[in-house]
Design a protein around this ligand. Structure first.
Ligand SMILES: Nc1ncnc2c1ncn2[C@@H]1O[C@H](COP(=O)(O)OP(=O)(O)OP(=O)(O)O)[C@@H](O)[C@H]1O
Length: 212
């Protein structure tokens, strides 16, 4: 059996990471590490003015995610993490730079900081990427009704999705499961959740599980 100690769930805003992390935690008895959303001192300002707050927010997320990675490593339990540190850098920061919301010098500064941190970043044993198209993301963002997310534009979600696909195509730091969640409702539908469990069980116990 392949022991999984650190599982990370990756995916765009509204993909359903938190819901899945909670369900997996209940099913397997895994401990959870969630994103610090409510106490985030920059998120509300960032959505009002991305150009002004992009760098501050990215540094905040990078630090908070590094602390998560350290806690997970020190924890004896198996932990499921809601979003990996790689997404902050290779999806969100990259997207903000390419869209002109983060200047060249801020982006270089950020990448240097990420490089300096990289010796202490350990990748998850298993990464579960939730792939979702724009209508699904929009539907779920609307459903949860966070006021500060009302200003999110379709373009922003689209370019994030493109960066997600580029990143996942070359991801080779550990086991990877890609789940297309467009037609799934693993919160309400037992069969949909069972499908995900069977994929994870295959990685843990399967004859054909392999290191990518
Ligand atoms: N590195 C980042 N750069 C910019 N925004 C970020 C970053 N990381 C997280 N966020 C923002 O923080 C908020 C919370 O993250 P998100 O909604 O993706 O998590 P979640 O609530 O766990 O999502 P899910 O619906 O998949 O459970 C979102 O508005 C998201 O855009």
């Amino acid at each position: 059996m392949n022991k999984l100690k650190h599982i990370a769930i990756a995916g765009n805003i509204g993909a359903g990471k938190t819901t899945l992390a909670k369900k997996l935690s209940k099913h397997y008895g895994w401990h959870t590490e969630f994103e610090a959303v409510e106490n985030n001192p920059y998120l509300v300002d960032f959505y009002k003015d991305m150009k002004m707050w992009a760098f501050h927010l990215q540094v905040y997320f990078l630090n908070s995610r590094l602390n998560q990675v350290k806690r997970i490593r020190e924890d004896e339990r198996t932990v499921v993490q809601d979003r990996s540190i790689y997404e902050d850098c290779y999806v969100f920061a990259k997207n903000l730079h390419q869209s002109g919301n983060m200047s060249d010098r801020d982006y270089r500064n950020y990448l240097d900081l990420f490089d300096s941190m990289s010796p202490v970043i350990t990748p998850p044993d298993l990464l579960i990427y939730l792939r979702a198209d724009i209508p699904k993301l929009v539907g779920q963002i609307e459903k949860r009704g966070r006021e500060y997310e009302e200003s999110i534009r379709i373009d922003y979600l689209k370019t994030l999705n493109q960066h997600y696909e580029e990143w996942i195509k070359q991801y080779n730091l550990g086991k990877l499961i890609i789940i297309d969640v467009n037609q799934l409702d693993y919160l309400q539908n037992v069969e949909d959740f069972a499908l995900i469990i069977s994929k994870i069980d295959t990685e843990m116990h399967g004859l054909f599980s392999h290191q990518r």
